[in-house]
Design a protein around this ligand. Sequence first.
Ligand SMILES: NC(=O)C1=CN([C@@H]2O[C@H](COP(=O)(O)OP(=O)(O)OC[C@H]3O[C@@H](n4cnc5c(N)ncnc54)[C@H](O)[C@@H]3O)[C@@H](O)[C@H]2O)[C@H](O)CC1
Length: 572
Amino acid sequence: MLRAHSVEVVRSAEAPLIAAAEASGDPDAVMRRAAAGLAHHTAALVRERTGGVYGRSVLLLVGSGDNGGDALYAGALLRGRGCRVDAVLLSPDRAHPRGLAALRRAGGQVQAVDELGSQVPGPDVAIDGVVGLGGSGPLRAPADRIVSALAAAGVPWVAVDLPSGVDADTGTVHDAHVPATLTVTFGLLRRAHLLAAPACGRVEVVDIGLIDPADPAQARRMQMLEQVPEYLKTGPDTLFAPTRAEVGRQLPVPGPADDKYSQGVVAIRAGSARYPGAAVLSVSAAVAATSGMVRFVGSAADATSSSASAADTSGTGGQAPSRAPSAAADRVLAARPEVVCHPTVAEAGTAQAWVVGPGGGTDQNAIADIDAVLATGRPTLLDADALTVIATHPVLLRSATAPVLLTPHGGEFDRLTGGWDRADRAGELRRYVAGLRDRGIEATVLLKGRVTLIDNGETTYAVDAGSSWAATAGSGDVLSGITGALIAHAAAQRESAGAAERAYVQSISHTQNPYAGLDLAGVAAAAATLHGEAARLAAHRHDPHPAGPGAPIGASDLLAAVPVAVATLRGV
Ligand SMILES: NC(=O)C1=CN([C@@H]2O[C@H](COP(=O)(O)OP(=O)(O)OC[C@H]3O[C@@H](n4cnc5c(N)ncnc54)[C@H](O)[C@@H]3O)[C@@H](O)[C@H]2O)[C@H](O)CC1
C-alpha cells in the first residue's frame, strides 16, 4: 500500500536528518543525497530519450530555495557524466549558494533569467528546481514562459520533489504548472503525487535515510526499530493507494468448494424503459468482475408483460411474481441470460450486496425501491439516479443499517453538497463524509475522476486510473457493477467468517448488523483500480505493453476488457 504525506509530516520527518547534517558540519549532506538520486534518474531519462548521456544537454530552472539547491547539486553531478548543464537562475541573489558553487566548479554554465535572449537553449532534458515543498500557487513569470516554450518544443521536464505550480497538500494543479514527465522525490511520497498523478508523470522516490513502508526492504528496517518514527504513524492527512499486486490478490478466484452463491451474490436495481442500457452495463460488469451470481430488478414504472426469467426458487419460493419484470429486464437477459431477474426488490432472492441507481429513475418507484433496498440490511452502493434521490431525500440514508457506498461524479457531488471547491477534492470529500457522520450517517463516498478518491471518514484512498480513457458515457455504470460484485464477495467472506469474528466486529462497531465495519473503502479502491486498468487495456486493444496513448473507447469496450484486466492484475 502506497502512503502519501502532508508537507508538515515530510518536513518533520526530514528535520532530524537535516539537523544531524548541520551538526556534523556538512549542512548539505541530505541535499546532496537527494541530488545524487535526482541526477541518476535524470541521466536515465536522458539516455532513454537520446541513447546516451555523455555530450547531452540539461537545463536547470532554479528557484530561490532548497528545491533549487537540489537541482544545482544534481547539475554538478551531471557535468561529471559529461553533460552540458545550463542553469537559469530565477532569483540570482537567492539561489542556493553552495549548490551554485558546486555547479560552477563542475563547469556548469550559469545565467540569470533576465540575461536570456528570446531563445532559451534547447536542452535534451530540463529540470524543474523552481519550487517544491515551499511552493504555493501557479508558476510565476518568467518561469511559466520558459516552461511552456520548452514543453511545446517537446523537451521533457524532470520535476524536483514536485512539479512547480502543483500544490503539495491539496494536489491543486494550477494552470501555469510544470507538466512533468518524471518527478523525483525524496524519502516519502507527498499527497500531490497521488492527487495530481497526471501532472507528476512517473514518480521515483529517492532514499535519503527515511523509511518508506511502501518499500518492502525498508519496511523490514522498520520492523527492527524499537519504536516506529512519528512520521510512519498514519495520520488524518495520510493518503493511501493500493498497489496493482495488492488489488490483484483481492480479486476473487473460485475454489473447489465454491458455488454461484458462496462467492457473493449482488442484486442490481437499475435501468428503465428510458435508460435500459445502464442496467445492461452495470449487470454485465458485475457478471464479469466475479463468478458470483447476479440478480436484477428493474423499475416498476416500465413493467411489461415480458416473460419472467428463470425464477430463482431460493428467492421467491416459486410464487408467481407480483409484477412482470421491466422492459430493461428483457434487454438484460438478452445480453446476459445468466442473470436472474426479479420483478421487485421484495421478491429478489438472497443477496450479499445491492447496487441501486444506474438509469433507475428518480420517481416514487425509485424512492420506494431505494428505501426497500436500504432496509434489507445489506451493504448497498448508491449511484447515478439514486444519488439524485438521496440529494433531495437524505433522510433515506438513515434507514441503512448496513454499510453504504455513494459513488458520485463531480456533478452528482454538486447535488449532494450544494456546491464544492474542485481545487481541494480530498478536503471537500472528507468534509462531506464527516458531515454525514455528524448527522448519524455512516457512509463511504467514492468521488469519480481521473484520480478517484474514496473516503470513509478515517481513511482516504487516491486511485489514479493511469489514463483518461474511462471518461466516456456509461463508464460509471460499469464501475457500479464491478464494485457491487466485489462488495458482495467481501460480504460473503464476512458471512463465512467464524461466529467469533462476526461477534467481535459487531462489538466494536456497536451494531448487530453482520456487515458492520466491512471495508467498503478498500473494496472500492480495488474496484476503481480494476476499472481503470480495463479502460487502459481497452484503449490499447488489450495490449498489456502498448506504445502510444491509445484510442477512444465506449463503455462497452471498457466492459469487454474487464476479464483481461482481472487476469492482468492477478498476474502482477
Ligand atoms: N534541505 C535539505 O536538506 C533538503 C531539501 N529538500 C528540498 O528542499 C525543498 C524545500 O525547500 P524550501 O526552501 O523549503 O522551499 P522551496 O524550494 O520549495 O521554495 C522556496 C521559495 O520559493 C518561493 N515560492 C513559493 N511559491 C512560488 C512560486 N509559485 N513561484 C516561484 N517561487 C515561489 C517562496 O519564497 C519559497 O520559500 C524540497 O521541496 C526539496 O526539493 C529535499 O527534501 C532534500 C533535503
